[in-house]
Write a protein that binds this ligand. Structure first.
Ligand SMILES: NC(=O)c1ccc[n+]([C@@H]2O[C@H](COP(=O)([O-])OP(=O)(O)OC[C@H]3O[C@@H](n4cnc5c(N)ncnc54)[C@H](OP(=O)(O)O)[C@@H]3O)[C@@H](O)[C@H]2O)c1
Length: 281
């Protein structure tokens, strides 16, 4: 990966950090982007120390804000001639219904609209690479997901897991729709489930009982960050997936996604709705 530039959203912690570490160790130039500058600086220093790779840079961006995502894309376009790999990874869970500054429910705004907007804004830069891979970190929760377009802007009986499952189904639908649009180009796009990984995702922005449940469950059953990053790293760097596109992976193997994720009408509807809420032209 020595001549490759990899952009990882949410690379300061969790699966994103472990992904950055592994790809930095393979010699890639790494860009991480998330919302907290202090954490980003600490992560860059830690990544440089652990891997000896000094080509690690950060950008501050809030992925729940379209303004912030647009500004990130502009800065990256100014600073780079090409992006070889984009890993959409930043995400979260939200206990209550809350609207983002763009009037979108926070889970779908952060977990889906950010992937949709950043990818589309950087597509020209990705197309300049002959390597050109987009990796979308989704989740096995997408199997339980349903899309309720009304819930993108209005409270339809909000429930934390229902909102998360919907956003992760949106990741897979978006991946498949984008792969279709990119047919005939060299750009590939795939989605993945990282496994149940011992990160802080269930410990942030949640109620005490959800925190307690997450901490307990992840201590008992979750895999390490290193293992949780393996499928992202595989899709970003393995020769085995050269040219492979529009697929869903688990444990570095292609896996059948939810039937709903393959629904072409729903893919189209989600794309059109996303472009409406999040103009990309
Ligand atoms: N952990 C699991 O078991 C699991 C299972 C399936 C899928 N996933 C998926 O894996 C991805 C990574 O999750 P994780 O478990 O590694 O969680 P994590 O440890 O909480 O890391 C999430 C990363 O995203 C960043 N982030 C979240 N919201 C953001 C925002 N609005 N703006 C900018 N950055 C933001 C976080 O920054 P801060 O440090 O500032 O919060 C952090 O860097 C997510 O897409 C998640 O849905 C995780």
């Amino acid at each position: 990966m020595k001549d490759k530039t990899v952009l990882i959203t949410g690379g300061n912690a969790g699966i994103g950090f472990a992904t950055a570490e592994s790809l930095a160790a393979q010699g890639a130039e790494i860009i991480i982007a998330s919302r907290n500058e202090t954490k980003l600086k600490e992560a860059v220093a830690a990544l440089q120390n652990k891997t000896g790779n000094k080509k690690i840079k950060y950008y501050v961006a809030d992925f729940s804000s379209q303004k912030s995502i647009r500004s990130l894309a502009e800065q990256i376009k100014k600073d780079y001639d090409k992006i070889d790999v984009l890993i959409n990874n930043a995400g979260g869970v939200f206990p209550d219904f809350k609207l983002s500054e763009d009037g979108l429910e926070m889970t779908i705004a952060t977990n889906h609209f950010a992937y949709f907007l950043l990818t589309n804004l950087l597509l020209e830069l990705i197309k300049k690479s002959d390597y050109a891979r987009i990796v979308n970190v989704a989740s096995g929760s997408h199997y339980r997901g349903k899309i309720d377009f009304k819930s993108f802007t209005k409270d339809q009986g909000y429930f934390i897991l229902k909102a998360y499952e919907q956003s992760k189904l949106a990741n897979v639908l978006f991946t498949f729709a984008l792969a279709e649009k990119l047919k005939g180009t060299q750009v590939t796009v795939n989605a993945l489930h990282p496994g149940f990984v011992r990160t802080d995702i269930g410990n942030k922005d949640t109620q005490w009982y959800a925190k307690m449940f997450w901490t307990l469950a992840s201590r008992i059953a979750a895999i390490s960050l290193e293992d949780g990053a393996k499928t992202s790293v595989y899709l970003a760097s393995s020769k085995e997936v050269k040219g492979v596109t529009g697929k869903y992976f688990n444990k570095c193997k292609e896996q059948e996604p939810a039937a709903l994720a393959k629904d072409k009408e729903l893919q189209k509807e989600l794309w059109n709705m996303s472009a409406l809420f999040c103009p990309i032209a």
